[in-house]
Design a protein around this ligand. Structure first.
Ligand code: SF4
Ligand code: SF4
Length: 147
């Protein structure tokens, strides 16, 4: 008996359907956090400050369809840029597949459970600060980890 390999092992990002593409997102929410770059060292730091459209309890964008218009800084992932966005979390499925890496064992496509990303400690916590509630000059004090 043979088992058909899943689409993420047989297709390139550019060959995937829209539905397949969207299903790669594990819902970690970490691309909706503010990050700080050290221009001298190239280091990237993650904060616990979230985009104004992010719902931290549901870990979802509240206006996904209009995100580019409402948040011009929101980077739209494509098969072309997914491997080059070095500030994205190393766990992100788009980045991993674009770089020839496998999906992690906790990925919801493998476990069949959306919450496996939270159980693996990869998802953002629910107690984030919204960007509209903090001054820009305090962002540095909100760094939680290097990325
Ligand atoms: S970092 Fe990647 S996997 Fe996580 S929410 Fe963003 S696009 Fe989805
Ligand atoms: S606009 Fe939506 S998808 Fe983009 S960073 Fe904000 S919450 Fe995330």
């Amino acid at each position: 008996m043979t088992k058909t390999p899943p689409f993420w092992e047989t297709k390139t990002l550019g060959q995937m359907s829209q539905e397949e593409w969207e299903s790669l997102c594990d819902g970690c929410g970490r691309c909706c956090l503010y990050i700080l770059h050290n221009e001298e060292t190239g280091d990237v730091f993650e904060t616990d400050v979230a985009c104004k459209l992010f719902d931290p309890k549901k870990r979802r964008c509240t206006d996904y369809e209009n995100r580019s218009r409402r948040v011009p800084d929101c980077v739209r992932l494509t098969p072309q840029n997914a491997g080059a966005l070095s500030w994205m979390p190393e766990t992100c499925a788009y980045r991993r597949l674009a770089r020839g890496e496998r999906l992690p064992a906790w990925h919801p496509l493998i476990t069949g459970e959306r919450d496996s990303v939270a159980r693996a400690g990869v998802a953002v916590p629910p107690d984030l600060i919204a960007e509209q509630d903090i001054d820009d000059d305090l962002l540095e004090s909100r760094i939680t980890r290097a990325r």
